[in-house]
Ligand binder design. Structure first.
Ligand SMILES: C[S@@+](CC[C@H](N)C(=O)[O-])C[C@H]1O[C@@H](n2cnc3c(N)ncnc32)[C@H](O)[C@@H]1O
Length: 321
């Protein structure tokens, strides 16, 4: 079976029309904002991978360390002959650690909105794990409703690393956890990577790296709008901003207009004041307790939490239908 036919969309992900509608709606709102899921085209996913290798970006190093250290304990929570479903799999680097430790897992289902990147990853996964069924799904995990048919009869475990959960507003995070519970099934286990609140200067550096890769990642959103919607953003007239709001326990990422300007997207003209920003992402930071409380609200009970003081990995068991 070719990779093309093996990658499915369930349900169909956003069309160019939906992208355009979301962009116009977000840039017409006050304050202006754009949904972070649009960061991840092929270029954006590649840039995110570079972010994970930056010296300032501690979350990936920390989470990889925790997963290496605790993979046997985590794998022991998976039911026999399980399918492991990862939400927002990116390069699947972290799942590989769990898949190597969990000999009884039979299928791996990487779910990601970034279809081209997912296809590339699936090719390599099939080479590295020839005994596993690799069943990539191109989907928006905020609207996905069920697992692929091939694993519907298998017990399922879930994986949501990278503190992607921190990109949701807290009420959206609880809604996602409920959705994941329905996809994974009663009594299932979900492993979630969650970044922890810490000294603001460490957080600041993680999102303002000296090589400017995070700035490129942020600005790629405007480049993508230019590429796919024929807009005329002048990238040199916008700058990356990221700061920690201690009050809201979150890093906020913005793109700030360096001058008063007008931008055309199709037939729509968007006006910017000098200094006006587009809010592109939040990254909420938690304590172990605050995340466990959030998980409870989403229908999950804490089974275990591992931390190195910077980052945390949680194992949860589904308690609600
Ligand atoms: C912060 S990265 C984490 C990647 C990887 N799991 C890791 O831990 O390094 C977020 C990932 O989720 C994907 N993603 C973001 N929003 C999504 C959505 N709404 N539906 C599906 N995938 C999404 C992105 O394409 C990206 O691969």
């Amino acid at each position: 079976m070719s990779i093309q036919t093996a990658v499915r969309a369930s349900p169909p992900i956003e069309t160019a029309n939906e992208f355009a509608a979301d962009v116009i709606a977000g840039l017409s709102a006050k304050p202006k904002r754009l949904p972070p899921k649009y960061f991840y085209d092929l270029t954006g996913s590649g840039l995110f991978d570079r972010i994970t290798q930056l010296p300032e970006y501690y979350p990936t190093r920390s989470e990889l360390g925790l997963l290496h250290q605790h993979a046997p304990a985590i794998a022991s929570l998976f039911p026999p002959a399980a399918a492991l479903i990862e939400f927002g799999s990116g390069s699947s680097r972290k799942a590989r650690i769990l898949l190597r430790a969990a000999a009884s897992v039979e299928a791996y289902v990487p779910v990601d909105i970034s279809g081209d990147f997912l296809q590339q990853d699936a090719v390599q996964l099939r080479r590295d794990f020839p005994h596993l069924a690799i069943l990539p799904v191109v989907a928006d995990f905020t609207t996905m409703t069920e697992p692929p048919a091939e694993v519907a009869a298998k017990p399922r475990a879930g994986f949501f690393p990278g503190s992607t959960i921190g990109n949701f507003e807290p009420h959206e995070a609880a809604a996602f956890l409920r959705r994941a519970g329905r996809i994974l099934g009663a009594g299932s286990v979900l492993v979630v990577g969650v970044d922890l609140a810490k000294a603001p200067d460490i957080l600041y550096r993680a999102y303002n790296d000296s090589e400017g890769v995070t700035a490129k990642f942020n600005l790629n959103l405007l480049a993508r709008i230019n590429r796919e919607l024929g807009a005329n953003f002048n990238l040199a007239a916008f700058e990356h901003q990221a700061f920690y709001s201690a009050e809201r326990h979150r890093i906020e990422m913005h793109l700030a207009s360096t001058k008063r300007q007008k931008v055309r997207i199709g037939d729509t003209i968007i006006e910017f004041r000098a200094g006006e920003t587009i809010h592109t992402e939040n990254s909420y930071k938690h304590s172990i307790d605050s995340f466990q409380a959030l998980a409870h609200g989403g229908g999950w009970s804490p089974l275990a939490a591992w931390t190195d003081g910077l980052f945390s990995v949680h194992a949860l068991r589904m308690t609600a239908d």
